[in-house]
Design a protein around this ligand. Structure first.
Ligand SMILES: [Zn+2]
Length: 159
């Protein structure tokens, strides 16, 4: 089972747009209304990327249900980093921006485009300096026990 955050996204009290409060004192990208909500979204996305890599061999899991704005943004970032590792671009910032430009946004969620770009660049800043993502460290590490319970063995049959 893929791992979803408890945070689903923030709904603007003024204009109703959904966005990710990924910084302290974040403002709605639609109307500029400030929110007190905060989710350390890049760090949490990094943690989920590690778990998914161990469970599935990819950041994007076998199936991913985007029920919330947070799921939507994370799904895009998982796919982006799978593509990044497959293509190994020389200029990562350009690669990230050009990949994200191809994403089609639903009406009312266009404000997430700029946020997703900022978050993807924040994720990359952590990713590039985190040895877990380089040199096969995640593959060789024993599975965290919490992940075993997410990926249970098929039930044994009593004969
Ligand atoms: Zn707003």
């Amino acid at each position: 089972m893929p791992i979803h955050l408890n945070y689903q996204g923030t709904t603007c009290k003024k204009c109703g747009a959904e966005f990710i409060a990924h910084k302290k004192n974040c403002q709605c990208p639609g109307c500029g209304q400030a929110t007190e909500e905060f989710c350390d979204f890049a760090a949490q996305t990094i943690a989920t990327m590690k778990d998914h890599k161990q469970l599935y061999g990819n950041y994007f899991p076998e199936s991913w249900f985007s029920g919330s704005a947070a799921d939507l943004v994370q799904g895009i970032i998982f796919e982006l980093f799978d593509n990044l590792e497959a293509e190994k671009p020389e200029d990562v910032s350009v690669f990230i921006i050009s990949q994200l430009a191809e994403v089609g946004w639903e009406d009312g969620r266009e404000g997430l485009a700029g946020q997703t770009e900022q978050i993807a660049l924040e994720v990359y800043e952590i990713y590039k300096n985190d040895p877990d993502f380089h040199g096969g460290n995640l593959k060789d590490r024993p599975l965290d026990p919490k992940l075993n319970s997410l990926n249970p063995e098929p039930p044994a049959f009593d004969n």
